[in-house]
Write a protein that binds this ligand. Structure first.
Ligand code: GYE
Length: 327
């Protein structure tokens, strides 16, 4: 028994010493330090909502985790600032450009410049409308048309036994942006051919809480008998709730409220009975953005579209199971 133990020990020692000899050689052949740090230029469109701030944080924290050097520029809600930022990334010769386009149109020229410079571009969060789709490598974000459908599906279920007409007002996001267009389209798709539902007025609140309140005040003054508010994001919804309460009505009861995003304050508002449904749209995609950026920097292909996995939160759900939202 002792003899066998002795042999086992000797064998282990032999391999241990072998590992000691080879380890430094391996380190020399492939030194960590020599790996080039990836430089990523990220153009954020602004800071209009809790969603946007959560998205910026997610990108910044993930870049640190992945050891990627991040050049982060906030365009403060102006497309021209985004174009300038992208041009500066090209001049700096970053490895990858990622950006969240404020609107869909107007990117052909600057993206052609990036392509000419050989810098791959990843669209994050919102889509673009360009003549040549090879001007960007891929997209990561949400399926906005599907979000609109989910909002409409909740509405159909919730008002199944309501008498016609069901009068809806809609607060939309930034005109010309992909979430605004997609959510409006998906919502209408399910209501089409159903005369019971009437979208009585559509008005833009630009994804801003302040405008959500302002526009809801206008709607309450100009539109009689509002049954439902469909709001394209939580920030506008939270502003609209203030307007509804100030008008002496009960949000979530006198007016059914359907929103999009799923920020902490909106989930709390469902718990308080003031929002009936929130279609989730997550901004927390930093890790996946970094993984795609690494592939692009290595010259690898990436999927044309990567969608986030999302759910719907309603007044009927057990929301005690929903943890901290992180935005
Ligand atoms: O819903 C809204 C934000 O583009 C998905 O932009 C994003 C939207 C989000 O300001 O809150």
């Amino acid at each position: 028994m002792l003899r066998r133990l002795f042999i086992v020990c000797m064998v282990c020692l032999f391999f241990a010493s072998f590992a000691c000899v080879t380890a430094p050689q391996e380190a020399e052949a492939n030194p960590q330090e020599e790996q080039k740090t990836i430089v990523l230029g990220f153009s954020q469109l602004g800071s209009e909502s809790a969603w946007r701030n959560g998205n910026s944080r997610s990108i910044q924290e993930a870049a640190e985790r992945y050891g990627i050097q991040l050049m982060f520029k906030n365009a403060l809600q102006k497309q021209e600032n985004q174009i300038k930022a992208i041009r500066s990334f090209i001049a700096y010769q970053v490895d990858v450009i990622v950006f969240a386009p404020i609107v869909e149109d107007g990117w052909d020229n600057v993206l052609a410049e990036a392509k000419e410079a050989g810098i791959p571009v990843l669209l994050c969060d919102r889509y673009v409308n360009v003549k040549d789709e090879s001007l960007f490598a891929g997209f990561i974000g949400s399926d906005f048309v599907e979000e609109g459908r989910r909002a409409a599906q909740f509405l159909l279920d919730r008002t199944r036994y309501f008498d016609a007409p069901v009068r809806i007002v809609e607060l939309t996001g930034t005109p010309g942006s992909s979430p605004m267009q997609g959510r409006a389209e998906g919502f209408r798709e399910l209501l089409a051919n159903n005369p019971k539902y009437e979208i009585v007025q559509t008005i833009s609140g630009d994804f801003l809480r302040s405008k959500g309140k302002e526009k809801m005040i206008e709607l309450l003054r100009s539109v009689p008998n509002i049954d439902v508010l469909f709001s394209h994001n939580d920030s506008m919804t939270l502003g609209a709730i203030e307007a509804i309460e100030e008008a002496g009505l009960r949000p979530g009861k006198d007016i059914i409220i359907i929103s999009v995003d799923g920020e902490q304050a909106a989930i709390d508002a469902i718990r308080a009975g003031k929002i009936n449904c929130v279609v989730e749209c997550t901004p927390l995609m930093g890790d996946r953005v970094m993984e795609l950026a690494i592939l692009l920097a290595m010259g690898q292909p990436i999927p044309r579209k990567t969608y986030n996995i999302e759910r719907v939160f309603t007044e009927y759900d057990d929301l005690t199971l929903v943890g901290e939202r992180g935005y």
